[in-house]
Ligand binder design. Structure first.
Ligand code: SF4
Ligand code: SF4
Length: 180
């Protein structure tokens, strides 16, 4: 288990390596009026990954709510819950959360430990890139950088457990006929 200091260093490294990559060779927000940065549905927001909150403490454009693992079926490996955040204003781009950097990709982790980057099914109703339906239409540099970043993140037990829990929830929704 990484110490809090180790986790902070990891997130600093992840933010640095993903600072400038984007899904397309141009601003994909032009395709959709940057809908993923707007309140496209009541209550939309993202979870910070374990330890990421240390980089974002005190940011005034970010509203955060603590979600306890007992109520929200979250992993217990890091502080027994997770921070759910919404932005109340445009963020300073260098410090946007990792969930915004990796979107429309996310990691799908299976029970046998294998993982892959997939288009995030939660974004299907809004994101033209997800609607295109293939990760191969995204810039290779973006895919490569995100793969490297996720590899480092998934090496940390607390993050791997959280991603395992969200991958399970995603598969369950798929099984129940919900959106993938
Ligand atoms: S919704 Fe998709 S296409 Fe639009 S800005 Fe977000 S990532 Fe880009
Ligand atoms: S934090 Fe920034 S990148 Fe993420 S949704 Fe808000 S404005 Fe968009």
């Amino acid at each position: 288990m990484l110490s809090k200091r180790g986790m902070l260093r990891l997130w600093q490294e992840i933010y640095a390596m993903t600072a400038d990559v984007t899904p397309l060779g141009y601003d994909c927000g032009l395709l959709c009026d940057a809908i993923c940065c707007q309140d496209w549905e009541a209550g939309v927001g993202i979870y910070l990954y374990p330890g990421e909150e240390m980089l974002l403490a005190g940011e005034s454009w970010l509203e955060r709510t603590w979600h306890d693992h007992r109520r929200y079926a979250l992993s217990t490996s890091w502080d027994r819950g997770a921070w759910f955040v919404t932005c109340t204003d445009w963020c300073p781009r260098p410090i946007r959360p990792f969930g915004c950097r990796t979107f429309p990709l996310t990691a799908d982790l299976r029970e046998d430990g294998r993982w892959e980057l997939i288009m995030d099914p939660n974004g299907l109703p809004i994101c033209p890139l997800i609607q295109w339906g293939s990760v191969h239409l995204l810039q290779p540099t973006f895919r490569f950088t995100m793969e490297q970043a996720w590899k480092k993140l998934l090496a940390v037990a607390a993050i791997r457990e959280e991603v395992m829990a969200s991958s399970r929830r995603r598969r369950m929704r798929l099984h129940q006929g919900g959106r993938r």
